[in-house]
Design a protein around this ligand. Structure first.
Ligand code: ADP
Ligand code: MG
Length: 280
């Protein structure tokens, strides 16, 4: 498929939703792979102690291996632990590991506890010189310090929303938390994108959920929805994204379309999103 256009500056996107199992990691890794497959230079930072993004991108994350944990604790720089994804040139990964599950408590007393990731990114030459077109940060399912660190280090939030009956439950709380982070810590933060995942074309419920989200957040929701697909759920067990595992399947095609749609939202369009009007 065609090459995607490069953004003028690095776009930093956090993929967040405090609900588990809504497609955060799947969306983070597959959008990153689709962007890299389209010729762009992408960095994925795995901020979830589960390390599912690291797995899907083919990076070992056994306990004790160097990971983003060492960066948050000040022992290593991002450049020390960055690794290339074996399936796509131009896609680098900062893996997490289960060691990260202790980090929230360990950093809780530090005065700079919310900005550890942001500072590490500011010290990274490749990020500083706009060598990456996209930096995508996969968040754990919580609203704790790891997520706050992630959302202090990005400008945009992408919220995956599972097309199910309780889709909108918890969304208000998530948006309020993002709003608090924006006001207290990171004035440039906006919710730029909502992506409906596990969409089932055959059910009325999926369509109703999409319409409902579209009604509340018209400027944020992508036209592209991600279908429920067995290949998408199988791919991680082969340490692959669906973009590498089943490149012509419906799942890969949908993530490529979503990546294209995201890349076409220019800085002007993003600048015009008034988060407060859209969100409240
Ligand atoms: P989160 O990171 O929000 O916890 P995941 O991305 O890990 O969610 O997805 C939760 C589970 O659902 C995983 O087993 C994943 O493989 C599966 N999954 C995600 N998206 C899809 C999809 N579009 N079709 C089928 N299974 C999916
Ligand atoms: Mg996840």
């Amino acid at each position: 498929h065609s090459l995607l256009s490069k953004p003028r500056h690095t776009r930093r996107i956090g993929v967040a939703n405090q609900k588990g199992g809504v497609g955060k990691t799947t969306s983070a890794v597959n959008l990153a792979a689709a962007l890299a497959d389209g010729g762009l230079h992408v960095l994925v930072i795995d901020m979830d102690p589960q390390g599912n993004a690291s797995t899907a991108l083919g990076i070992d994350h056994a306990p004790g291996l160097p990971s983003v944990y060492d960066v948050l604790e000040g022992r290593k720089e991002l450049s020390d632990i960055k690794q290339p994804c074996p399936d796509f040139s131009g896609l680098d990964v900062v893996p997490s590991s289960i060691d990260l599950s202790g980090a929230e408590l360990e950093i809780a007393g530090l005065p700079n506890r919310t900005t550890l990731l942001r500072s590490a990114m500011q010290r990274d030459d490749a990020i500083n010189h706009d060598s990456y077109d996209y930096v995508i940060v996969d968040c754990p399912p919580s609203l704790g310090l790891l997520v706050i660190n992630a959302l202090c280090a990005v400008d945009e939030v992408l919220i995956p929303i599972q097309a199910e009956y309780y889709a909108l439950e918890g969304l208000g709380q998530l948006l309020n938390s993002i709003d608090l982070i924006q006001r207290h810590y990171n004035p440039s933060l906006v919710v730029s994108t909502m992506l409906v995942t596990m969409f089932d074309r055959r059910t009325l419920l999926s369509k109703e959920v999409y319409q409902e989200i579209k009604k509340h957040y018209p400027a944020l929701v992508l036209d592209t929805t991600i279908p429920r697909s067995v290949k998408i759920s199988e791919a991680p067990s082969f340490q692959k994204t669906v973009i590498a595992y089943d490149p012509r399947g419906t799942g890969a095609v949908a993530y490529k379309e979503a990546a294209l749609e995201i890349s076409q939202r220019t800085e002007d369009v993003l600048g015009s999103i008034d988060m407060h009007r859209e969100v409240n």
